[in-house]
Design a binder for this molecule. Structure first.
Ligand code: F0G
Length: 357
């Protein structure tokens, strides 16, 4: 059966003339129950119905391996509708991979600015194979975004960063799907925060999906920045952000205000998690549930772990964590934090010995 992309599925929320739709059939990603991970976080009660229920929204299973595809299908379709033939973005990697893919499918020119040496290998490979024009700047994401905003003022290309309003419109569909998949509304929704577009969009999605439903309570939004790149938590711009989670290595988020509104309107919170906590969650998602996400994605689970220790959650709560990007995007980090393969000669006895079989 053909699954249409998000614009067709939610056309009521995403108006456009159908002939301009550029889609890779994004969205419709799994909402995976995570009982073993829940037990590791909440203790033995985690497997029972009475303990908090944990779900992982696998946004890494979108066509280019991240949630960006939801916003990109709509932004690129709208650019086409408006007569543009050229896209540009600044990126920590995933936006550029998605822009390059949708731009290729639309036959548009794609220009990309990335911070030199700070893009995970898989993301760079994607932008390259899709044929984008890539410039690596000797600077960080925030500086790249400033330049892109200048180019926007000069009207030289359509900017497809989340400062483009169609990006957030498309991204809000993750909340629609979660409500449909659960058949209810989560109590909490946790996600990593970088440029803060996704928390803004997801909150908007819940509000619109549940508009007029006074019988249902909106979820509390929980956003987690990396400790070395936590401008919202600190309340000031971070000039030189640093984190192992390169996707969220951002010191001056474009949707700062949107994130604060999501936090305050939902009664949620925005906090930071350390690189150690991120990497610990990154490994435990893979080992407990068999799902491989990229480090930034694990900030959501790291945050849940942090607040489980503070007893924020109670029995029966439904917690959704967005796992924003696929683990294969960043093979270097996975290899770096894991046990290397054992090297032995091809003899069964030696292999049995090292494998303890
Ligand atoms: N997770 C991943 C895997 C990301 O790539 C990003 C952002 C985020 C979380 C944070 O989302 O910015 O909406 O708060 N990546 C952008 C990029 C900045 O250029 O790919 P956000």
């Amino acid at each position: 059966m053909r699954m249409p992309g998000i614009i067709e599925r939610y056309h009521r929320f995403l108006p456009i003339e159908p002939k301009f739709i550029v889609t890779l059939q994004e969205g419709n990603t799994p909402l995976l129950p995570a009982p073993r991970l829940a037990r590791s976080i909440f203790g033995e009660g985690g497997a029972q119905r009475t303990a908090p229920l944990l779900y992982l929204k696998l946004e890494g299973l979108n066509p280019t391996g991240s949630f960006k595809d939801r916003g990109m299908t709509y932004a690129v379709s709208k650019a086409l509708e408006e007569g543009s033939d050229s896209l540009i973005c600044a990126s920590t990697g995933n936006t550029s991979a998605s822009a390059a893919a949708y731009g290729a499918r639309a036959g548009m020119k794609v220009s990309i600015l990335i911070p030199k040496g700070k893009i995970a290998k898989g993301k760079l490979a994607q932008a390259m194979i899709y044929g984008a024009n890539i410039v690596a700047i000797r600077g960080n994401f925030d500086q790249a975004l400033l330049i892109v905003r200048e180019i926007q003022k000069m009207k030289l290309a359509t900017v497809v960063n989340s400062v483009n309003p169609y990006r957030l419109e498309g991204q809000k569909t993750a909340a629609f799907e979660i409500c449909e998949q659960l058949g209810t509304v989560p109590t909490y929704h946790a996600l990593p925060v970088g440029n803060a577009g996704n928390i803004t969009a997801t909150w908007r999605g819940y509000r619109e999906w549940l508009a007029g439903r006074s019988d249902l309570t909106l979820p509390k939004m929980l956003g987690f920045e990396a400790a070395g790149a936590a401008p919202i938590v600190l309340g000031r711009i971070v000039k030189s952000p640093e984190t192992v989670a390169s996707a969220i290595r951002i010191g001056n988020p474009a949707s700062w205000k949107g994130a604060l509104a999501a936090r305050d309107e939902s009664g949620g919170l925005i906090d930071k998690v350390s690189d150690r906590e991120i990497l610990e969650a990154y490994r435990s998602i893979a080992r407990w549930e068999g799902y491989f996400c990229e480090p930034a994605s694990a900030a959501s689970v790291a945050g849940i772990k942090k607040y489980a220790k503070k007893n924020l959650f109670k029995a029966g709560d439904v917690i959704v964590c967005t796992l924003t990007g696929h683990g294969l995007k960043d093979p270097d980090t996975a290899i770096c934090v894991s046990k290397p393969p054992l090297v032995v000669s091809p003899e069964i006895e030696k292999i049995r010995k090292v494998l303890k079989l």
